[in-house]
Design a protein around this ligand. Structure first.
Ligand SMILES: O=P(O)(O)OC[C@H]1O[C@](O)(CO)[C@@H](O)[C@@H]1O
Length: 251
């Protein structure tokens, strides 16, 4: 696991943008794993700007998102489909029939999980998976206690996750109680992973990631078992790390 510390959120977003472009330019038909949440917003904005400057094209890119709330329609402003459309897909030349999210509003969610996995297997493995991390260590919506061998599945959201995400809804009651998420085994099949964390609220999670045991109680810890993970932090998120836990501090 390589740990990079950037000076601020903009630099972190640019670093992640460069990584995505490098992967896209290294393959004829790249497959990206994408995340939602506040953390990757700056990266998406930087990618849109790079596209407008003719520095990258998404024409041949396929994307699989990590997760989606159960019970929200695609058009709901809080659905992750809506997030991706607004923050990224609608602003670049990606073929939207090659952008996939787990469906959160079907009559049979178990079948939807199987179908999502099947679809992923019909494509090449994910070349680069973008991850954020929850304050409780979740990756995707794999909450503490999730087995490391899980594939795409339905999960009940932790109270702390619903509270953290309530900022996007009118009230806590409106935050869905369940979601569909790629499983931990699904995520670990990606060829390369970049995990971003920004801000003071993530410093404890980052410290635990670097110092704690590898345990389902802290799902992000599984990433120590992956051969190609880059953790990109801003100074606040890295503020509890010691110098020897950091590989590079970028100017
Ligand atoms: O980037 P944020 O908004 O802090 O969220 C962190 C993580 O939490 C989730 O949004 C789920 O709550 C993930 O998709 C994300 O990676």
């Amino acid at each position: 696991m390589k740990v990079i510390v950037c000076q601020n959120y903009q630099h972190l977003s640019d670093y992640a943008k460069d990584k995505v472009i490098e992967v896209i330019n290294s393959k004829e038909k790249p497959v990206l794993g994408l995340a939602t949440g506040s953390t990757p917003e700056g990266m998406y904005q930087a990618l849109i700007e790079a596209y407008k400057d003719n520095k990258v094209s998404f024409k041949n890119v396929t994307t699989f998102n990590l997760d989606e709330y159960i019970g929200l329609k695609k058009e709901d402003p809080n659905s992750y489909q809506h997030f991706m459309d607004e923050h990224f897909f609608n602003h670049v030349d990606i073929d939207q029939s090659e952008t996939y999210l787990p469906p959160g509003n079907t009559s049979d969610h178990q079948q939807a999980c199987l179908d999502y996995e099947k679809n992923m297997h019909q494509h090449d493995d994910i070349d680069l998976q973008v991850l954020g991390v929850g304050i409780n260590g979740h990756i995707g919506f794999n909450e503490p206690g999730t087995d490391f061998d899980t594939r795409t599945h339905v999960i009940e959201l932790d109270a702390s996750t619903r509270e953290a995400n309530a900022r996007f809804f009118d009230s806590l009651d409106e935050v869905p109680t369940h979601a569909i998420t790629m499983g931990i085994a699904t995520i670990m099949e990606s060829k390369q992973i970049i995990l971003m964390a920004s801000g003071d609220s993530k410093k404890e999670a980052v410290k635990r990631l670097m110092e704690g045991d590898i345990t389902p109680d802290f799902p992000a810890s599984v990433l120590h078992r992956h051969p190609h993970v880059t953790v990109v932090l801003d100074r606040e998120a890295a503020s509890l790390l010691t110098d020897d836990q950091i590989d590079h501090v970028l100017d």
